[in-house]
Design a protein around this ligand. Sequence first.
Ligand code: THU
Length: 142
Amino acid sequence: MPNAKATDDLAALFEAALRARDHAHAPYSRFAVGAAVRSASGAIFAGCNVENAAYPSGVCAETAAIAAMVCAGEREIAAILVLGQGDEPLTPCGACRQRILEFATPQTLIHCGSASGPGVARTMDELLPHAFGPDRLSKGAP
Ligand code: THU
């Protein structure tokens, strides 16, 4: 049973992701996504997907939320929640799993939500096992 603080934290993350999804620019896929990152300081940074007529130039919601966090001078994701459309929990795409990894630990929780709720929590390691991250890169540095 989660404690009251943890429940409040998750509710705030969920609300932020849901509000961000309202601003998605998704005229091509018509699939709106919202994401909210809680950083180490406790601040919340939200993002939505922003598509582009030149399709590959679009960005995912997680990418936008992480960019907002980094732009504010933070480098640590304490938790992230992502949600899309429909009742199924949304699990981050492969590229976004890698982007989350850059600022996460193997235990960082990724909440895979939907508009009906925060959904299921998975750890970073569950969503991207055997990952190539900053640690591995520094082990090979000259
Ligand atoms: N999308 C995200 O924003 N995050 C994900 O993790 C999955 C996919 C977006 C990209 C595109 O704008 C739309 O959802 C359909 O793929």
